[in-house]
Structure formats: C-alpha cells, structure tokens
Design a protein around this ligand. Structure first.
Ligand code: PMP
Ligand code: GLN
Length: 384
C-alpha cells in the first residue's frame, strides 16, 4: 500500500455492515434507507434500460436530460442559474465528485481545512492528492464551527476549504451567519470552497439549507457537490453531480475522466425524472425523516445515551459516556451487536484528533418506524 494510504485500511461502514450481516443485528450503522425511493423513479430506470437509453457510455459530462434537471433543481430551490453544458458535471455519486475535485485542485503539500469529524472519504481523498488535512474540531453539544479558529487556520499554503452541511455525522447545519462569515473569509483569503451538500433536502424543524455558492463572491470559487442517493433513497445508483463555474467544473471534469469516465447510464435518466418531482415529495421526505429522528432520539435518550439532536441528515450523534464511561466508541460499537442486536458507527474514526470523539456513537434513522422502535427497545433493555 502506498504511504499516502497508511492507516486508511477498511472503511468503518464496510466493517460495521459486515458485522450486521454476520450477527443479523438491526443495522443503524452505514447510512442507507431500508425503503427504496419512489416507484415512479424506479419505473423510469426500467424504461431507460428497456428503451436502450444509457446502456452504452453516456456523454462524459452526463446525459443532457440530467444536466438540464440539475440546472432546473438549482434554480427552483435556490434561485441559482448554471449553464448545463459547462457548469454541471455528473459523477459516480458524491464520492467520485469529492475525489475528482481533490485530485483536480490540489498540489502536493497544499493544505485543506475541514471540520472534523469528517466523512471518511475526505481524509482518503486529501491524502491521495498528496495534500495535508488541517482539521478543526466541531465540539458537542452543538457542533457549531469555531470561526475564529477557522480564520487562524488559514495559511499561505491553504488551498481550499472542504465543508459539509448538513453535516455527517453530527447533523449540524450551517446558519446564514456562519455561511456569510465563511464566504467573507474565502473572498478575503482567495480560497476555493468545496461544499458537500448531499443532505441538502434532509433538514428539520424549519432549518433551511443554503448553498454557499449562492453567497456574494462565491459563484466562481465554490465547487458545489450533491447526489441522488440521499434525496431519493437510491444509494446504490451512485448518481452525483458538481455545479460551479466553467473553470472549476472543467478542472474537475479533467480528473473525473480518468477515474470512471462515466457511470450509471440508465439511472441518470431516472434521476432526471426524480429531480423534477413536485415539492410535495421533498416535503414528505423531510417530514417522515423528522418523525423517524424523533422516535430514535426518544428511544436513545430512554436507554441512557446523551443525544445530540440533529438539525439535518439522517444521523443522530450520541455520547455513550453516561452508559459506559470507560469505553471508547469503537470498542462499544464492535460489542453492540452481540450485546443487543443493534449496529452503530463510532464517530471517533471520523476525527484526526484521536481523543476528540472518543465516546461518540452515530445511529442512522433512515429506517422504518417499527425498526427504529425495535432498536430502541433492544438498547433500553441492554442498558437499563
Ligand atoms: N458525502 C457525505 C457527507 C456522505 O454522507 C456521503 C454518503 N454517504 C457521501 C458524500 C457519498 O455520497 P454518494 O453515495 O453519492 O457517493
Ligand atoms: N455516507 C454513508 C454514511 O455515512 C455511507 C457511505 C459509505 O458506505 N461509503 O453512513
């Protein structure tokens, strides 16, 4: 293994999903819904397959129907205008978009500032690009970013900020004030900002997601990334996209060409239809997830976990310290399926600072109500 990949081993999601399969436990670890997305969208994929749309290499930037649908989505929800031919790029999920962006924009030794805990592919992609992570810790209970620390972390070597809001795993959503401060800093220090917005539609209690690229001065210095996986409950389809300026999108496309070239042909047509679903679809998705969040949050609190209620995503970060003060999150999660038939993910693996998330454990709530109730019951019995 090349030294850039030292310590990256097997992702926690693979480890914990394998443990769930081996033990038959309820899998609240890896984030994927236990109910597939809309029937009409599945039918659209079947039609594309049957009619021979996308069965051969689609265009490198994505099929025109999908690029047009992404443009329409950005206009409809955020009032943003993009040119479908030069300012949109379809990728193999957000994962490829992140990888291609890092490989396209980073020189060896460049610094990337990101808030930890971060989604595990960030560390890997920054490392594969030969760049250096500069982690800033989001701290419980609110996980708000420390904007003074952010300002202090910028050096002449800082090439980009890598942001994720709504934030996996904490559920924190950046406020308009925080976004404005970040935008101001990016302009002042001439930084590129990469925004991972895959949970853009999964926000609760009236919390609103605003893409950073919509803020003054950010249109030409932001690479905005999203994906169909979470919004439409098709995580296996791996259809993602990048929107941004012609120059930045062209750079990402150059790297992307040599990663997958293209992916998910027929699914691209189906996602084009999904993006055009009426507002009622998006509202129902977030209402349902909010109800699920409340079921699991109540259950976890009753079992004795300290619960950090998320404003977005489909994850709840908890602290196990009240239950198991001497146990670290990884040890706890490895033992949990045997103990009570539930799988969760240790947040500790999403930090560079080794002790920062030592007792934090994440539970996914994108599951049917009775599954969440059952998981909560098992946890309550195990810890009471
Ligand atoms: N970013 C974040 C924050 C995620 O949680 C995930 C997925 N789980 C991804 C990116 C990857 O998205 P995709 O499945 O579209 O590659
Ligand atoms: N994003 C999902 C999560 O955070 C997992 C994706 C993956 O397995 N790579 O759970």
């Amino acid at each position: 293994l090349n030294r850039r990949l030292d310590g990256l081993g097997t992702t926690i999601f693979a480890e914990m999903s394998a443990l769930a399969a081996a033990t038959g436990a309820i899998n609240l670890g890896q984030g994927f819904p236990d109910t597939d997305g809309p029937e009409s969208v599945r039918e659209a994929a079947v039609r594309a397959l049957r009619d021979g749309r996308g069965n051969q290499y689609p265009p490198g930037t994505g099929v025109p129907e999908l690029r047009a649908a992404i443009v329409a989505h950005q206009q409809r929800f955020y009032g943003l205008a993009f040119d479908p031919d030069t300012e949109v790029l379809v990728t193999a999920g957000a994962t490829e978009a992140i990888a291609a962006t890092m490989l396209a924009l980073l020189e060896p030794g460049d610094e990337v500032v990101a808030f930890e805990p971060f989604y595990d592919s960030y560390a890997a992609c920054v490392a594969m690009a030969g760049a250096v992570r500069v982690p800033l810790t989001l701290r419980a209970p609110d996980f708000r970013p420390d904007l003074d620390a952010l300002r202090d972390a910028i050096t002449p070597r800082t090439r980009l900020l890598l942001l994720n809001s709504p934030h996996n795993p904490t559920g924190m959503v950046l406020t308009p004030g925080e976004l404005a401060a970040i935008a101001e800093l990016a302009v002042e220090r001439d930084l590129i900002v990469v925004t991972d917005e895959v949970y853009e539609h999964l926000t609760f209690d009236g919390t609103v997601h605003t893409p950073l690229i919509a803020l003054p001065g950010m249109r030409d210095r932001t690479v905005s990334i999203s994906s169909a996986g979470k919004t439409f409950s098709f995580t296996g389809w791996k259809v993602g996209w990048v929107t941004g300026s012609r120059e930045l999108v062209a750079a990402v496309r150059t790297a992307k060409q040599f990663l997958t070239y293209v992916a998910s042909g027929p699914f691209q047509y189906a996602v084009a239809e999904a993006l055009a679903l009426p507002d009622a679809y998006y509202t129902a998705l977030r209402d349902d997830l909010q109800a699920k969040r409340d079921i699991l949050a109540t259950g976890l609190a009753a079992a004795g976990f300290e619960v950090h209620r998320p404003q977005g995503t489909y994850f709840i970060t908890t602290d196990i310290a009240p239950l198991a003060p001497a146990t670290d999150a990884l040890t706890f999660c490895r033992a949990l399926p045997e103990r009570c038939g539930v799988v969760a993910v240790p947040n500790s693996v999403f930090y560079d600072h080794p002790t920062a998330g030592r007792t934090q454990v994440r539970f996914a709530f994108c599951k049917q109500h009775d599954v969440l109730e059952e998981a909560a019951t098992r946890l309550r019995k195990a810890f009471n």
